[in-house]
Each structure stands twice: as structure tokens, then as C-alpha cells.
Design a protein around this ligand. Structure first.
Ligand code: MN
Length: 295
């Protein structure tokens, strides 16, 4: 059985742009080597937005990324994205956006029109997933993954369900295409149920509790908004729901390469970061097309 290595939480939210109240659960400055290939997790909300009174859009205006992928999972609410590679789309409750920044994109992330006009619940998270050195300069790519394309697998013993976003669970394949082997599961557990999961030994294994609370490892309680990193050895771990819980499982093959992060860029050396900044300033990551009616 896997052991619990550490737990981590962030209790003070900050606002990203003017629309994303987030708690940074981990970043490439603290856990990146421990939780490779994952680099960062911004936990969004949960919160309730009132209808927007002005025409001002809520979110984050254009900014660059290079060297990794951003994965946005919305449990509720609506996020719209546009990038300089021509990728774009809107994700709603249950959908996932998997954006490969690769060699570089400029993008913007805003609330969707419906939540802006009507208000509503906003809850989700954004993960940054590292790319191996050989793929850091890959062509940018956008996967808009709809809820309907994510398989839902019943857990044994009527314990709940697993939505397989990436990788596989009990033979069901997730729709996300990834550069390294990753298991990303959105687990819903019924109160008091105990489930044993099996994942590849040697991979990173971590769970994040998005609501409720669970016991992992040797009965250690993982609370709402808390991350637990499990040992890489052994294949199995158990989760026991103390109350109905929503848990994200993050697993994957470790990328054993140096991590140099600076703001929106994550590369393998300081020189590559300097190059990324130069390339962004020179417009080599592209520009966003002006929208009709904007100036
Ligand atoms: Mn971004």
C-alpha cells in the first residue's frame, strides 16, 4: 500500500486578473519535483458570481506561456479561451480544456457570456502539466473536451463514480491526449464508502479534495481544498469518504529533468527562460486577433 508523503493546502485566495479567485495549492517553486509531471495547481473558488453590471469582461487578458500545458477543469461555471495559435472555445460545468502551450502561445481566459450575464456558481481548477524537454517546443495545440466525451465508470460496491479525463481506469480510456503517461481522474465518492485504487508503481500519485473529506494512507484525514501526495512505490491506495466527497486523482510518469520556471514559462534552464522572454517580446508567440467591435 502506498504511504502518505505529505499534505499541502493554501488558505489565502488571490485574484488572477479580475475574474479568478484562486488558491495556489502548489507551484513549480515548491512541489514540482515531488509531483512531476504536474507543475502548479490553482484551485478556483468555489464562489458565486453575481451578474456583471457592466460590459467589462471578467477574467485574465492576454498573456504568454511556453514549455508546458494548461489544463482547466470546470466543476461549475463557464470559461472562454482564445489563443494565438487559433485555438479557442468555451468550457462549461464538467468540461475540460487541455491547452498545449509548447513553443509558445498568447492567450486570454474569461468568464463565459452566460455566467457574466446571469451570474452563478464558479468552481474548478487549473493544472500546469510539464512537457519533457524534447516536446517543450512542440506546436501549440488545443483540446476542448466536452463532458459527454469523458467516460464515467461506476466504482465497485456502489461507492460512486470516476470520470476518466486522461489515462485509464478499469479499462475506460480518457479522451485527453498527453505527451507522457498521465492518469487524471475526477472521483465522486459516496459518504462512508471505502475504495481501493490501483495505479502504476513508480508514477507520481496524489489526490486533491475538491469537496468533502477523505481518509488516505494510514487513516490520515485529507480535508476540503487539501492535496495529499502519496509514495511512488507500490500500486495500491485506498480512499475512504468521511462524507460525500469530490476528489481529483493526479498520477503520471515522472519527468526526471531540471525545472526552471519564471512566471508563465517553464523550461529546463535559465538560458531557455531568457530566450522565451526574448521570443515573447519579439512577438514570436503570436498575437491574438482583435475581436469584432473591440479597439
Ligand atoms: Mn494562462
Amino acid at each position: 500500500m502506498k504511504k502518505l508523503l505529505l499534505t499541502q493546502r493554501a488558505d489565502t485566495p488571490h485574484l488572477v486578473g479580475n475574474g479568478f479567485p484562486v488558491r495556489s495549492i502548489f507551484t513549480y517553486n515548491d512541489l514540482a519535483n515531488t509531483i512531476s509531471p504536474f507543475l502548479l495547481m490553482d484551485y478556483i473558488g468555489p464562489t458565486e458570481f453575481s451578474p456583471s453590471k457592466s460590459s467589462e469582461r471578467r477574467g485574465v487578458g492576454e498573456h504568454p506561456h511556453r514549455g508546458f500545458e494548461t489544463v482547466t477543469i470546470m466543476f461549475s461555471g463557464e470559461v472562454e479561451h482564445r489563443d494565438s495559435s487559433g485555438g479557442g472555445g468555451i468550457i462549461r460545468s464538467g468540461d475540460v480544456q487541455w491547452m498545449t502551450a509548447g513553443s509558445g502561445v498568447v492567450h486570454e481566459e474569461f468568464h463565459g457570456k452566460e455566467i457574466s450575464e446571469k451570474g452563478g456558481a464558479f468552481h474548478g481548477l487549473q493544472l500546469w502539466v510539464n512537457l519533457p524537454a524534447k516536446d517543450k517546443m512542440t506546436k501549440p495545440k488545443y483540446q476542448g473536451i466536452k463532458k459527454e466525451s469523458i467516460p464515467v465508470v461506476e466504482l465497485p460496491n456502489d461507492a460512486g463514480t470516476v470520470r476518466v479525463i486522461a489515462g485509464s481506469y478499469l479499462g475506460a480510456q480518457g479522451p485527453a491526449s498527453t505527451f507522457t503517461p498521465i492518469n487524471l481522474w475526477d472521483i465522486t465518492l459516496k459518504a462512508e464508502k471505502l475504495v481501493e485504487f490501483k495505479v502504476p508503481a513508480g508514477h507520481t500519485a496524489a489526490v486533491f479534495v475538491a469537496s468533502g473529506s477523505v481518509e488516505a494512507g494510514e487513516g490520515k484525514v485529507i480535508e476540503d481544498a487539501e492535496l495529499a501526495v502519496l509514495s511512488r512505490d507500490k500500486e495500491t491506495f485506498t480512499l475512504k469518504a468521511r462524507q460525500a466527497a469530490k476528489v481529483l486523482f493526479l498520477g503520471g510518469e515522472v519527468i526526471n529533468e531540471p525545472i526552471f520556471g519564471y512566471g508563465p514559462f517553464v523550461m529546463n534552464s535559465g538560458a531557455e527562460i531568457a530566450q522565451a522572454m526574448k521570443d515573447y517580446e519579439a512577438g514570436k508567440m503570436g498575437v491574438l486577433e482583435r475581436l469584432e467591435g473591440s479597439d
